[in-house]
Design a binder for this molecule. Structure first.
Ligand code: CO8
Length: 374
């Protein structure tokens, strides 16, 4: 994709955060109450006792130490274990659009762009707030952008897939610049009563601008090449949807929130991603040794260490494959963009880096970037 560039990024971080200890204390209180309330049935063997969670397990299995959330009180209340985000009237900006706009304003300022420079808005995220109108059209309206907007959902790969779509539209002349936003309120679709996954996700929004490198005002990164891949898998699913009401007995069941077979995902995705990155580099005549940085999707620290090791052929130095998982947890599509946003400024003109997302679908997006001179 010669001549195209990623020219500005933005990050909205919620004010509230939850440590592992706080999350585990709430979960374990829920377990205690459940086991106490079902004491007789558990003794009879008709109800299974629930097992407690632990901070040690969470850190060891995932590398996560805390997460940011839109509503801490609702998540931690053992009676609700769900964020409470009041419904807004149709005259107010939606909460998903609001956090997308906060990240977008930063990305636009960073790129030196205002609304009149942008022709399109893509909102790529794992779950949209509503079916329609598209969240992207609301973001477009809130920012005063004259053009078009649409939503995309490729789960954790929504940002890289939207980046390629944006680059294609700029390359073809359909737009001068595209704003991509990734608002992820993962706490809204996480089952905080599920021991296997209650610790995994956090809330955040990221945004970035794609335009011609020749028009970049404040430097940025040339998009050398993008490569996308999807392969169907049931190992990460969320069956929430508009047809749920047609089978009312299914409403509220565990599969209407995030569910995964974490071990299987780990085993399938590590080779899929590392092989795809190596193939992508080879297609572009780039050796892995020439990469100054790898901004990977942030789902699991062990997974990222293994992918970086397979790509580089050695253990990565911590600064080569930045970790934001410890602070933000898994923020779905936003994770690799947060890592890029926080850890790219120190590199020099001509340096090469690779942004890569992976997740449900399965889906993988790989983007080779070269730093532009300012
Ligand atoms: N506390 C204590 N012990 C626990 C806990 C807990 N909370 N949970 C499980 N255990 C126990 C298990 O019971 C098991 O015990 P035993 O050995 O006695 O059976 C033991 O710990 C090991 O359990 P696991 O095998 O499940 O543990 P793992 O080491 O595999 O770690 C992980 C689990 C962390 C989930 C890991 O498998 C992982 O990260 N896998 C990769 C997952 C991944 O990358 N998924 C991508 C999903 S993201 C995505 O695509 C976005 C979807 C859209 C966003 C949704 C937002 C909500």
């Amino acid at each position: 994709m010669p001549g195209l560039a990623l020219t500005g990024t933005g990050l909205y971080t919620p004010e509230q955060s939850i440590s592992n200890d706080e999350l585990v204390a709430s979960f374990n209180e829920y377990v205690r109450r459940h086991n106490e309330a079902n004491h007789a049935a558990i003794a009879e063997g008709t109800v299974a006792a629930l097992a407690p969670s632990s901070t040690e397990f969470i850190v060891k299995a995932s590398g996560i130490k805390q997460r940011y959330v839109m509503d801490k009180a609702g998540v931690l209340d053992p009676e609700t274990m769900c964020p409470r985000i009041p419904e807004r009237s149709n005259d107010q900006v939606s909460v998903l659009a609001e956090i997308a706009v906060a990240a977008a304003r930063q990305a636009m300022a960073h790129a030196g762009r205002d609304a009149s420079d942008i022709d399109g808005v893509l909102v790529g995220a794992s779950n949209m707030q509503r079916a329609y109108p598209a969240m992207a059209v609301e973001v477009q309206d809130a920012l005063g952008i004259d053009g078009f907007g649409f939503d995309m959902n490729v789960a954790c790969s929504s940002a890289t897939f939207a980046l390629q779509a944006a680059a294609d539209m700029v390359a073809s002349g359909h737009a001068r610049a595209i704003l991509v936003c990734n608002p992820e309120i993962c706490s809204g679709h996480l089952n905080f009563r599920d021991r296997d996954s209650h610790f995994i996700f956090g809330d955040v929004a990221t945004a970035f601008i794609v335009e011609q490198a020749s028009t970049a005002r404040n430097g940025g990164w040339e998009i050398v090449s993008t490569k996308l891949k999807t392969k169907f898998s049931n190992n990460i699913r969320n069956n929430f949807g508009f047809l749920n009401r047609t089978a009312p007995q299914s409403i509220g069941k565990a599969d209407k929130l995030f569910v995964q077979e974490g071990r299987k995902v780990f085993k399938d995705v590590v080779p899929m991603v590392s092989e795809m990155i190596l193939a992508h580099l080879a297609e572009n005549g780039i050796e892995a040794a020439h990469l100054k940085r790898i901004w990977l999707h942030q789902a699991n620290q062990g997974m990222n260490d293994m992918i970086a090791r397979r790509v580089l052929g050695r253990d990565p130095a911590p600064e080569e494959a930045p970790n934001i998982l410890n602070e933000y947890a898994n923020t779905s599509s936003a994770g690799s963009v947060i890592a890029f946003h926080k850890y790219n400024d120190d590199l020099g003109a001509g340096d090469l880096g690779l942004l890569c997302s992976f997740g449900a679908g399965y889906s993988v997006g790989s983007v080779i970037l070269r730093k532009l001179a300012r």
